[in-house]
Design a protein around this ligand. Structure first.
Ligand code: UDP
Length: 245
């Protein structure tokens, strides 16, 4: 991989990458498409190859979401517990794909389940990232009524990430959902405050507020970007940068 000296790489030495569970479905309706996992693992592997320290948070929306379960009649807290467990399933699956291609990876869960993976602690997470291991933060924040976007912002702050990358279906933040509203306009840059004031929901407000308080830029990019995430990291692809600088 070229571009060793690129500004992006120097600027973002340690990143937190948030991927939605839906990204893992690929063309399936539910669950995990192993081909997508392998592709994601390769992309993460490229970043590790250029010396970027990578933390990952994966959602659980391909399996369960508490709000949807609650709307269907289940109690919300149990639904959220199921959603958090779904993120652990996804995290274990992604670890397998990363390890398969030789990337040293650990899963740290917010909810203790020592037979499956290690339990999250800030100290351990930071130590592993210092060593260059990929750390997958599973189990969200460990609390109901939160989302994995918030977990990503929280973990980014805890491990001192230089940026929070949010992979979505589109190439940045738009004034409205571009898949529903053809007049939607894409932002090149905006501040955390503008994102909150405009009620832009690409990332939930708790996550944006936490990132803002901790001066963590959020980079929203498309998971379908040609050339993958490494292009975005090196400033070559299309993305929206949310930053107060
Ligand atoms: N969840 C939770 N607390 C957290 C993170 C997640 O209760 O800190 C639950 C919640 O029910 C959520 C589900 O786990 O809907 C899956 O996470 P999310 O919806 O963020 O996944 P994504 O949309 O990114 O796939």
């Amino acid at each position: 991989m070229a571009q060793q000296g690129s500004g992006y790489q120097a600027r973002y030495k340690r990143i937190l990458l948030k991927l939605s569970g839906e990204a893992l479905m690929g063309s399936e309706e539910f669950g995990i498409d192993p081909k997508v996992l392998d592709r994601m693992a390769l992309e993460v592997g490229q970043l590790v190859g250029i010396g970027v320290q990578v933390g990952l948070v994966i959602g659980g929306g391909n399996l369960f979401r508490g709000a949807a379960l609650s709307a269907a009649g289940m109690d919300r807290v149990t639904g959220d517990h199921m959603g958090m467990l779904a993120t652990v399933i996804n995290s274990l699956a992604l670890r397998t794909s990363l390890v398969k291609i030789g990337i040293d990876t650990v899963v740290l869960s917010a909810i203790a389940m020592p037979e499956l993976c290690e339990t999250f602690s800030q100290r351990q997470a930071t130590a592993y990232m210092d060593m260059g291991k990929v750390v997958i933060f599973a189990g969200g924040t460990g609390n109901p009524f939160f989302t994995t976007d918030s977990a990503a912002a929280l973990r980014a702050a805890e491990v001192g990430a230089d940026a929070l990358f949010k992979g979505t279906q589109v190439d940045g933040v738009y004034t409205a959902d571009p898949k529903k509203d053809p007049s939607a306009v894409r932002f090149e840059r905006l501040t955390h405050k503008e994102m909150l004031d405009r009620g832009l929901t690409v990332m939930d407000t708790t996550a944006v507020a936490l990132a803002r308080e901790n001066n963590i830029p959020i980079i929203v990019y498309s998971i379908h970007e040609k050339g993958g995430f490494a292009e975005i990291l090196q400033g070559r692809g299309r993305a929206t940068i949310v930053s107060d600088d």
